[in-house]
Ligand binder design. Structure first.
Ligand SMILES: Nc1ncnc2c1ncn2[C@@H]1O[C@H](COP(=O)(O)OP(=O)(O)O)[C@@H](O)[C@H]1O
Ligand SMILES: [Mg+2]
Length: 223
C-alpha cells in the first residue's frame, strides 16, 4: 500500500515544522527520513501514519485521500495495515510481552497453537526467547523496542513505520533491526524509517533529507 504526502505543512506553536513537503513511500521499498534533530522527521512519520493532522497539503493512503479521515477510519487503518515501531508509543506496559506481540489478533479463546508457535518464533528472532510471560514494564528501553519489532513481524503488516529504531542499541541489535526492516521491505511491505543512523540510511531504497535548503543557483555575477 502506497503512502504519499503532497505539499504538506505542519505548524507547531507558530513555528513551521514541515514546509510544503512532498514524499512518497512505495510497497517493497524502504524510505528513510533523514535530517538533524528537530528537522521534523518524527512529525513527518506521524503525518504519514495519520497520527498527526496537517495544516495544509494532502495525505494519501493508496488511492484514497486520507487527510480528513475521522478517528474510527484512522483506527481501522492502523489496525488492519500498520505496525508502529516507536520507542514511546503503542505498548501496554502492564501487559505481558506476549500480549503486546499479539494484541488485536487473539480470539476470545486466546492463541491457537500455531499462533503460539509463531509468537515464540518472532520473540526468538528479536533475541527475546522465553521472555513472553514477562511484564513489558520490566523490560529495558531497547528490549521494549524489540517487542515493537516482534509485533510488527507477527502482524506481517503492509506498512511498517519506525522512529529512530536503532537509537541506543548495541551493534548486534542495530544489525538485527536494520536487517528486519530490509526483510520487511523485501517481502513487500511499505517501510518508512526516521533516523540519523548512517547505516540505516545506506540500507534504504529512497531517502529524503529534511530541514535542508536546496543548494542556491550560482549567480550570474559569480560566473
Ligand atoms: N508536540 C510538540 N510540541 C511542541 N513542539 C513540537 C512538538 N512536536 C514537535 N515539535 C517541534 O517540532 C520540531 C520538529 O520535531 P520532530 O519532528 O520531533 O523532529 P525530529 O524527529 O527530526 O527530531 C522541533 O523543533 C520540535 O521542538
Ligand atoms: Mg524524532
Amino acid at each position: 500500500m502506497q503512502l504519499r504526502a503532497e505539499g504538506v505543512s505542519v505548524v507547531i506553536d507558530g513555528k513551521p515544522v514541515l514546509d510544503s513537503v512532498s514524499v512518497q513511500a512505495e510497497p517493497g521499498r524502504m524510505l528513510v527520513l533523514a535530517g538533524k534533530s528537530g528537522s521534523g522527521k518524527t512529525t513527518l512519520l506521524n503525518v504519514l501514519g495519520l497520527l498527526r493532522r496537517v495544516d495544509t497539503g494532502t495525505v494519501l493512503v493508496g488511492d484514497q485521500n486520507a487527510t480528513k479521515w475521522n478517528d474510527a477510519r484512522r483506527r481501522r487503518f492502523w489496525r488492519d495495515h500498520v505496525a508502529f515501531v516507536f520507542q514511546d508509543y503503542g505498548l501496554i506496559e502492564e501487559s505481558s510481552v506476549e500480549y503486546n506481540v499479539t494484541v488485536g489478533r487473539r480470539g476470545i479463546l486466546g492463541l491457537r497453537p500455531a499462533q503460539r508457535e509463531r509468537v515464540n518464533q518472532v520473540l526468538s528472532h528479536v533475541l527475546l526467547s522465553g521472555r513472553g510471560k514477562e511484564q513489558t514494564a520490566r523490560l529495558s528501553g531497547g528490549e521494549k523496542q524489540r517487542v515493537g519489532l516482534a509485533r510488527a513481524m507477527f502482524r506481517g503488516a503492509d506498512i511498517v513505520l519506525a522512529d529512530e529504531p536503532t537509537a541506543s542499541l548495541d551493534r548486534k541489535n542495530r544489525e538485527l533491526v536494520i536487517n528486519f526492516l530490509i526483510e520487511e521491505a523485501r517481502r513487500g511491505a511499505t517501510v518508512v524509517v526516521a533516523t540519523h543512523d548512517e547505516d540505516l540510511m545506506d540500507a534504504g531504497d529512497d531517502l529524503i533529507r529534511l530541514g535542508e535548503q536546496p543548494a542556491p543557483e550560482p549567480s550570474a555575477v559569480e560566473r
